[in-house]
Design a protein around this ligand. Structure first.
Ligand code: DC
Length: 249
């Protein structure tokens, strides 16, 4: 996936930016291609990329693996999750060979485990737990060391970094998103039907936008990027254009 936008030499890109270490928040619906765009931007800008969804997926994997009860949609629980969360240590490592950022939970690389249908089917429930969100938001905020950061998720521009230098809200037609994710999963060797992928996307959209704790909302100062009919290069260029125009606050 190379193109005009991502081939822009680093030096030239930074000379076009008024801000040297921007914090860029990319939020939006499931399977919009947020992480592909975010990763590429981080590479062009020479700054860190964090996939906040991977963190909620890792916690979900831990809950499933350790059979920890969590409430389903419409259920309520007064359980204190703090002792469980105290057992969970998450960090990212950048693989030297590929430059890919991979997630570790208690020292285990969970790159593959967090992409199963079982995790996808439960992550909205676990990520709706107040205490889980509190911990993850705090961890995400600590990841901003001042060296610039691209983070994607659902509440980055609204809750994690409300003062981000640039906020992008990505969206696309749900049917196009389902087809993209279906193809992605097939090529990753995951056996799944298009119906299952479509249902999962629809229910995650619903739960992400209806949960009590920091639901998916567009920040009032976010720029909408509807990529239903845009190719990858066009999406990256769309964001780069806005980054070039950034001015220090
Ligand atoms: O980006 P993703 O589809 O891998 O995210 C998985 C789930 O994690 C998503 O359904 C909702 C949740 N999530 C969240 O609640 N807040 C975030 N900032 C990122 C993800």
């Amino acid at each position: 996936m190379s193109g005009r936008a991502i081939c822009l030499p680093l030096q030239r890109m930074s000379s076009l930016m008024s801000l040297e270490h921007p914090v860029i928040a990319i939020d939006g619906y499931s399977s919009c291609g947020k992480s592909t765009v975010a990763k590429s931007l981080a590479k062009v800008l020479g700054i860190r990329y964090i996939d906040s969804g991977a963190m909620y997926r890792a916690v979900t994997w831990y809950f499933l693996e350790n059979k920890i009860y969590f409430p389903l949609a419409g259920e309520h629980s007064d359980l204190d999750y703090r002792p469980t969360l105290d057992q969970i240590h998450i960090h990212f490592e950048v693989k030297a060979a590929t430059g890919e950022s991979e997630i570790f939970l208690n020292g285990h690389n969970l790159k593959k485990e967090i992409r199963t249908m079982e995790v996808s089917d439960n992550v909205s429930h676990v990520s709706a737990i107040k205490e889980v969100r509190k911990r993850m938001v705090s961890l995400q905020q600590q990841m901003n060391t001042g060296a610039g950061l691209v983070m994607d998720g659902r509440d980055i521009g609204t809750t994690v970094f409300p003062n981000a230098d640039l906020k992008i809200f990505m969206t696309a037609d749900p049917e196009i998103r389902a087809m993209r994710r279906y193809r992605e999963m097939l090529s990753a060797g995951v056996e799944v039907s298009l119906d299952d992928v479509r249902n999962n996307i629809n229910s995650r959209d619903y739960e992400d936008t209806h949960r009590e704790e920091s639901p998916l909302r567009m920040a009032p100062d976010a720029v909408v990027l509807d990529n239903s009919h845009l190719n990858f290069d066009e999406q990256v260029e769309f964001v780069l254009e806005r980054i070039r125009n950034l001015r220090p606050a």
